[in-house]
Design a protein around this ligand. Structure first.
Ligand SMILES: [Zn+2]
Length: 338
């Protein structure tokens, strides 16, 4: 078979990526070694736009960075996850905390109804852990760690909702802090010498250069009977097929690995984990961050919702909910047990 035919046979066409041939490598999803489809994927929009080399596994569809680069050079001083936004008013903080408590602890139907009025993009995926749907129930007294926590926004939200034993770890932590119920540490998490009941990686494993080392290292810090929750962007999705290289959650080159669902499940199994549950967990942001890139903007330059009309945002919020229901969302939450 000729080279171009072989590429065409293995990769459905997606927009805004350049297929440049074949590349040797090991897939971080299914583990297949040998040659994969070689792609060039665009980085942030702008006049000095760079292209980055990725490999796309022909066996499981996982996309992986194929450049020997130091990712830290792409997290400039303004990278959003390392800086806390300015504090909200006392009244707004109180209202958001009340909403978050309903989202986390109310019966499922009430929590869902609240989400239609006002949604928090991360808290719903904690419900199966809190309500004992994947292991035993882990609530406010359990030991929680968030690896790759940035400035600790999620943990501060959980503390306000009454959680009492929270740890955040991030190798790029600007300033460590210790307060009752919440510690923020400059650490990769897996080298801590203690154990946790719930280990979370929220949109962070895709940034890691050696995800197998992290997945295997998580066993050391998970207490017996505990749960690992890993939320990652997923390439087997509507957003990748529709936006390709402009898919906002691809975020080259900061996202080193974009797993397919089967690719991630293979990686989890290879590292000794059982996937107790996998749930679609996409939000409108996956769509708006992609639409922004189509017009030369990026969420790394500022909030993108201002670029769109209310009607567009309504349409995309509904689309994101539909994609979750039909299993085509661009983010998945995986619940792992040992
Ligand atoms: Zn693969």
């Amino acid at each position: 078979m000729r080279m171009n035919d072989r590429i065409a046979a293995t990769m459905p066409p997606v927009p805004h990526v350049e297929v440049v041939g074949r590349v040797d490598g090991r897939c971080p999803g299914c583990g297949k070694t040998g040659d994969h489809t070689a792609l060039r994927v665009p980085g942030d929009p702008g006049p000095d736009r760079e292209l980055f080399a990725y490999g796309l596994c022909d066996a499981c569809g996982t996309l992986f960075l194929d450049e020997p680069i130091d990712p830290s050079q792409f997290y400039g001083p303004n990278y959003y996850s390392h800086h806390a936004p300015p504090p909200a008013s006392a009244l707004k903080t109180k209202a958001m905390t009340a909403r978050n408590i309903v989202t986390l602890f109310a019966p499922a139907a009430i929590s869902r109804a609240m989400g239609r009025v006002s949604e928090h993009p991360t808290l719903p995926c904690l419900r199966p852990v809190i309500h004992g749907e994947v292991s035993r129930a882990f609530g406010r007294d359990a030991r929680w760690i968030d690896i790759g926590c940035g400035h600790g926004a999620l943990l501060k939200t959980l503390k306000a909702a009454g959680f009492r034993n929270l740890t955040g770890a991030d190798p790029f932590m600007v300033a460590e802090s210790h307060e009752p119920g919440l510690r923020l540490l400059r650490s990769d998490g897996i080298s801590l010498s203690e154990q946790f009941d719930v280990v979370m990686m929220q949109s962070s494993l895709e940034h890691v250069l050696d995800p197998d080392a992290v997945l295997s290292g998580l066993h050391r810090i998970l207490a017996p009977g505990g749960v690992v929750l890993i939320r990652i962007p997923i390439i087997s999705s509507y957003a990748w097929r529709t936006y390709g290289g402009e898919w906002g959650n691809l975020d080259a080159p900061r996202h080193v690995t974009l797993w397919s669902q089967s690719g991630f499940e293979a990686a989890a199994a290879r590292n000794g984990w059982k996937v107790a549950r996998a749930a679609c967990d996409g939000y409108m942001r996956g769509i708006t961050s992609s639409e922004a890139r189509l017009i030369g903007e990026s969420e790394h330059f500022g909030k993108v919702n201002r670029l769109f009309t209310r009607s567009q945002l309504r349409t995309w919020k509904k689309l994101a909910a539909d994609l979750n229901r039909s299993g085509q969302a661009d983010e998945l939450a995986f619940y792992l047990t040992a």
